[in-house]
Design a protein around this ligand. Sequence first.
Ligand code: UD1
Ligand code: MG
Length: 462
Amino acid sequence: MADQAPIAAVILAAGKGTRMKSALPKVLHAIGGRSMLDHVLATVGALGADQTVVVLGPDMDQVAAEAKGASIAIQKDALGTGHAVLAAREALDGFHGTVFVLFADTPLVRDETFRDMRAIREAGAGVVVLGFRPDDPAAYGRLITDSSGALDAIIEFKDANAEQRAVPLCNAGLMAIDGEVLFDLLDRVTNDNAKGEYYLTDIVALARERGIACRVTEAPADEVMGINSREELAAAEAVFQRRRRRQAMEDGVTLHDPDTVYFSADTRLGQDVTVGQNVVFGPGVTVEDGVTIKPFSHLEGTHVGADAIVGPFARLRPGAEIGTDVHVGNFVEIKNAIVEPGAKINHLTYVGDAFVGARSNIGAGTITCNYDGFNKHLTVIEEDVFIGSNTALVAPVRIGKGANTAAGSVISQNVDPNALGVTRPPHRQLDEWAAKYREKKAAEKADGKWPKPDPSTVKKSS
Ligand code: UD1
Ligand code: MG
C-alpha cells in the first residue's frame, strides 16, 4: 500500500465505572487475564499508532501506571465524550494524520475492524464511525444515514425522536477522524442537549455542514460490547474465550471439548498441540508443537517444550520450564523449575525451585522441601537420576548424575553420582503382633474404654 497516514489513538477512560462496584478501576478489570485497557493498547499497537493518549480523570494514578507507552491526558470533570477528546489536544499538538477515538471499556474490537475503518478514512472520509445492530438497541446513539449509506448525524438516544429511535443501526462509540479537522469540529460542539454533555457524536453533523464526508462501517454486536458491570464483564470473557478457541483450532490445535478450555490473552500454542477437557491456561503460557495436555490441567507462567505430555490433573506454576518429551502426570505440581528433556515426573509430586536433569525419573510422592519457613532453596537433580517413591528432598540438596534415592528416604545431604542415598530405618518384623493387637482392642471396646475426643477442651500454649 502507498504511504499510509500516521495514526494517533485517543483512548477514553475518564468514566468512573461505578456499576462495577469495585475498588479496582473499571478498565483494569481483566478479560483473558489481561486488563481491558491493555487489550485496547494492544489493538492500538497492532494498528501501528504513532502516538497514543489515554484520557483519565483526576486520581486515576493506578490506571496511568498501567498505560505503558502512552501519554496521559487528564479530563478534570467528566463533561462528555467530546470534552474528553479535547483533553488530548495538547498531547496531539503538531500531529497530522488520522485520530482514532477508542473507549477503554470496549476491549474486544478486532484489529481487522480498525484496519477497515482506517482504509475507509484514507479513501477520503473525514469521519468514520463504527456501527452495529444490537438485539436491543436500548440507549445507544442512533446512526442517521442517507439513501447512499453516508452518515448524516448521530443522535443520542435521549435526544432522539420516535422515528430516530426506530433506527436499528447504533453507534459503537469508536471513530476514525481526520486530525486536521477534529479539534476545529470539537470546538464547535456545545452541551445544549438532553444530558447537558459535550457529545463527541455531534462532530458528524458539524462535519456534514462543512461538506466533509462521513461514513459508517459495521461490526458484529459481540465485538463492540461495552463493559459496565460484572455481568457484562463475564459476557465479554465468554466472547473472548469463544474467539480464542476458534483461533486455536484454526492454528492447528485440537481441542477435545473447546467450550471447557480457557485461554489467556497471551497464550501461545504450537501446531498439533492436543488439549483435553477442562484445561485452563493462565497468563504467560507458551506450548511448543506436538504437546499433549490431558484433562483438568492448570498452567500459568510456563513454557512446555515440544512433544511433552502434561496431565491429567497437572499444575504448572510460574517458572516451570518443561523440556522436550518430558512427561508430567497426575497431581504433579511444578513451580520455578527447569525440567530437562525426557525427564518423567508422573505421579503425586511437588517439584519447586529445582533443576531436574535429562531422563531422570521422579517417583510417586516425591517432594522437594524447598521452603524452610523463611527462604526458598534449590534442589538439583542431575541427569539419569532415579528418585524413589516418597522421597523428601530437603533443599538445598544435590543428587549427582546417575544416582538413586531409596523409596521413603528423607534426603538432606548431597548424593554423589551413581551412589544410592537411603535414610530408611531397617526393616523389622514382630511375629503375631497384629493378631494380638486386634484381640486387645476388641477387649477395650467391650469394656467401653473408648471416650470420644473433645477438641473444645484444648488449652492453647501461651
Ligand atoms: C457513547 C456514545 C453513544 C454510543 C455509546 C456506545 C457519545 C456522546 N455517545 O455513549 O452514541 O452509542 O457510547 O457505547 O459519545 N468518557 C470520558 N469522559 C467523559 C465521558 C465519557 O472519558 O466525560 C469515557 C468513558 O470512560 C467511556 C467512554 O468515554 O470509556 C464512553 O462514555 P459513556 O458515558 O459510556 O458514553 P455512552 O453514554 O455510553
Ligand atoms: Mg457507555
